[in-house]
Structure formats: C-alpha cells, structure tokens
Design a protein around this ligand. Sequence first.
Ligand SMILES: [Zn+2]
Length: 137
Amino acid sequence: MSSPRDPLERPAPVGKVRAAAPIVVRCPCGTETRATAGQVVRCPGCGARYDTEEQARMLNTAAALAQRRFKLLGRVGVGVVGLLGLLALSQFGPYAMLGVAVAAGALWYGVVMRWLKKRTIDGTVERFTATVEPKRR
Ligand SMILES: [Zn+2]
C-alpha cells in the first residue's frame, strides 16, 4: 500500500477511481498536504477540507489517455525497428539487420519510451497538483 504505483501500468476504468497517485494539496493558507488522489484531505494548518475525488478522476482520464498514446508509440516502435531492420538488410545483409533491430528495439523501448513515460507522469502530476481547488469545510 505504501509503494508508489505507476498509474500508467494499469487500465483506468471510466468513472472509477483506482490509481493511487500521490498528490500535493496546496492550501491558500500556505500549508502543503501530501495525499493520495481520491482522498478527502483536511488541511492541518487551517482545517479546510479538500475532496480530491474529482482530481483523481481527472488524473485517471489523463492516465488512460497517456496509456493509449504509449500503446500507439509501441506500435510506431515496431514499425521503426522493422523499417531500420529492412534498411540494414538491404544495405548490409541479415546479420546487420539482426544487430540493428536489436539495437533499435532496445533504444526505443528501453530509452525513448521510458523517458517519455516518465516525462508524461511528471507532467500529469504537476498539472494535477496545480488544479486542486479549495473547498471550504
Ligand atoms: Zn489551510
């Protein structure tokens, strides 16, 4: 329960809050409270109450969108790797194709997509924490 979960690793069912995303509620009184999206948070500084249910839903929607984008990126990766492999095959033969395909695959899935994923998660959480609206008591 305490391990941080990757909201992009699992499907986000529409209308149901499932992702345990860490968020920060910024209260106008200057207190920042750490919480999990979907929780009802009470500001320890002034007692204001924040329902993050809607934010959790928004985050899930964002995660679902990102997930779709990554699925697409995965398919694009197959195309790119295949294309590079074919190019290498036509220019340098089957061994070059194998080498290029492995290298391009590792680069795409191990570096590019990982980086994009991390960037997307950071961006999502940042946008998200910025939109928590104060709901008084
Ligand atoms: Zn407060």
